[in-house]
Design a protein around this ligand. Structure first.
Ligand SMILES: Cc1cc2nc3c(=O)[nH]c(=O)nc-3n(C[C@H](O)[C@H](O)[C@H](O)COP(=O)(O)OP(=O)(O)OC[C@H]3O[C@@H](n4cnc5c(N)ncnc54)[C@H](O)[C@@H]3O)c2cc1C
Length: 390
């Protein structure tokens, strides 16, 4: 077991914002490994484990959890500062499904035994969770999922397949959406089930992406016996719980940081290539620079709403769209200005030094898919904001 945290019990919300920001900044700047700043791909558990444990010992691994459960108990305003400082310093994302999804889920919908069993192990970095929602042919239309759990005494027998499961190869546990009533209407026969990845019948096959890294996996479930006690909330009510998980943290998909960083890289490369003499380039660059400024303002507007404790409406889909598509356009521009070298992986030689353009391009593409694809976000805006006929 990891050592107990050193700062549990501190009332961070009592600090003024600038002192809190300075405290967090100082910690990240002095303790986060410099060679892991701004990682180009998702870091594997073996690479980021020490940092996770450092946060755990500090009592900072679960900033949004209530302090009574070992979190920092941050208010939305303080949580935003914490995340801004992480982004600013280029802190890599650890496998955090336990912190961002399973923990809050158990706190709100689990029972005492589940909370006692799982929460301390998430905090200590003993349990690493992955998210088993998507299936082949059930992504955007998630409620059509077919992985089935059939009751058998004190167990469920689970059969099916999950896919695009981020870092399943590093996970010790998986949270699953499974069909427990085939007769019920689509959304109603689904339950939320927790499973140990070591259970016989679970196998994992990593998927290699176009950039050559294995960020996600297929997970096969064949006659997997899962205790009934691992159902979270009520049987057949898993859909409601899964939806509740899409809380305000979705706003962070709309953070302008990635685009601001990409714009700075475009500017730097263009200067070295003398492209600010080219009016065609200047036109494209200026439009994007203005989009990045607009994105910052739009993000600021939603952040203010969160700080006031208001629930975000369906219009937050606009932020996800604008953030991910601005980032994609910047990634395209970076590839374009690298000319014939733009398709080369890794560092390429440009006048004045080396730069990597393709990684930005590869990072920008999936952002338009996860967290609800951009087409689906457009449907939400059309139906719920513009109230267009379907
Ligand atoms: C990097 C990454 C990590 C991921 N990690 C996880 C994970 O850890 N766990 C997990 O469960 N899933 C994960 N996913 C899966 C993700 O949730 C799905 O990819 C997403 O929900 C889309 O589903 P799909 O891939 O099946 O595409 P589909 O739903 O089949 O969509 C294919 C295309 O059709 C469009 N489309 C679909 N429905 C509509 C519609 N009604 N109207 C208009 N257009 C539509 C989509 O926008 C898309 O362009 C991850 C995905 C990515 C890219």
């Amino acid at each position: 077991m990891n050592k107990p945290s050193t700062t549990t019990g501190t009332d961070w919300n009592a600090l003024d914002n600038s002192s809190f920001r300075a405290t967090v900044r100082e910690f990240f700047e002095t303790r986060y490994p410099k060679d892991l700043r701004y990682p180009k791909r998702r870091l594997r558990w073996a690479e980021i484990r020490d940092w996770y444990l450092t946060l755990s010992q500090k009592g900072w691994v679960a900033p949004s959890w209530p302090s009574s459960y070992g979190g920092m108990g941050l208010s939305p305003e303080k949580l935003i500062i914490f995340i801004e400082e992480q982004e600013r310093w280029g802190v890599g994302r650890a496998p955090d499904m336990g912190i961002t999804m399973v923990g809050p889920l158990l706190i709100h919908h689990g029972n005492d035994a589940q909370r006692a069993d799982y929460l301390p192990k998430i905090l200590a970095g003993e349990h690493i969770w992955c998210q088993g929602y998507s299936e082949p042919n059930s992504g955007s239309d998630l409620a059509s999922l077919r992985t089935e759990a059939v009751a058998d005494g004190e167990h469920f027998i689970v059969n099916g397949q999950k896919t695009w499961t981020t870092l399943a190869q590093d996970a010790t546990h998986i949270f699953l959406l499974v069909r427990t009533d085939k007769q019920a209407k689509k959304q109603q026969g689904i339950s939320f089930l927790l499973a140990d990845m070591k259970t016989p019948g679970i196998s994992v096959r990593p998927i290699r992406n176009i950039a050559g890294s294995e960020d996600f996996c297929e997970v096969f479930l064949e006659n997997v016996r899962v205790p009934r006690a691992n159902i979270v909330g009520e049987l057949n009510k898993g859909w409601t719980i899964a939806k509740a998980l899409l809380g305000f943290e979705r706003i962070f998909l709309g953070s302008p940081k990635q685009s601001q960083y990409a714009l700075a890289r475009v500017q730097e490369a263009a200067q070295r290539l003398g492209l600010f003499q080219d009016t065609g380039f200047v036109d494209r660059y200026t439009k994007l620079a203005l989009d990045v400024a607009d994105l910052g303002a739009l993000y600021g507007r939603f952040i203010e709403q969160v700080k006031r404790g208001e629930t975000l409406g369906p219009d937050v889909s606009m932020l996800k769209l604008f953030a991910t598509e601005t980032y994609s356009r910047l990634a395209d521009l970076l590839v374009d200005i690298a000319g014939s070298s733009g398709g080369m992986p890794g560092d390429i030689a440009l006048p004045g030094g080396k730069t990597d353009v393709l990684t930005t391009f590869y990072n920008a593409r999936p952002a338009t898919i996860y967290g609800g694809s951009n087409e689906v976000q457009r449907n939400i805006l059309a139906a719920s904001v513009l109230q267009l006929p379907s």
